[in-house]
Design a protein around this ligand. Sequence first.
Ligand SMILES: *[C@@H]1O[C@H](CO)[C@@H](O)[C@H](O)[C@H]1NC(C)=O
Length: 238
Amino acid sequence: MRINFSSAALAALSLAATVTAAPAELVKRQSTVKIMALGDSITGSPGCWRAYLWQKLQQAGIKNTDFVGTLAGQGCGFPYDGENEGHGGFLAVNIANQNQLPGWLSSTKPDIVIMHLGTNDVWNNRPPAQITTAFSKLVDQMRASKASMKILVAKIIPMKPSNCAECGARVVALNSAIGTWAAAKNTSSSTITVVDAWTGFDTVSMTGDGVHPNDAGNRKLADTWFQPLASAIRGLKI
Ligand SMILES: *[C@@H]1O[C@H](CO)[C@@H](O)[C@H](O)[C@H]1NC(C)=O
């Protein structure tokens, strides 16, 4: 989201700045927190849970956000701040091996990354250890972009595509590995918060194809992300 000031408004601002400094709490409230949603088609195509999430933040009075990414938002029925890094079909292992994340980070400079990734890895039968190794590289790249990066990682939603009877169990195994991995990779300066998107998500009523959230699924995902993201935004001192 971009906010444009007219030159007259800018002149007035700089004039005001010479008269008196803005109170500290005003400056803090106005500072923008940049949030990158990183993932695959569940996040980006169209990923309307991000629209509902943005709406919930607005309704909670959390308006100092800028959702960033090299991909434009798609239509979700109402205006929202839609930039994202939800790349349809992408595997975490490929994003890591091909070093795709550093360019996305340098273009957008997020303060918080919220990541729902691994569904395509699971579908392509990549073992959990390979996926969490990729996650470690991605986290290192996030911290290289910003040492105090706040990272929210999802235990991914369940999946039951018609061509993969094993996928449901593979997601459970990945999510278990994510819990262990996140605790080990956590640091006090750059915290990793695990967000459980699996529990309570029903592939029958919340997806159309066993993989991609329908409207009920998008509302569920927005509910899942809201509290942890709101806490991360409020906890930031930038
Ligand atoms: C990481 O550490 C923070 C406190 O610094 C804690 O709140 C959080 O739960 C930890 N995350 C994991 C995955 O253990």
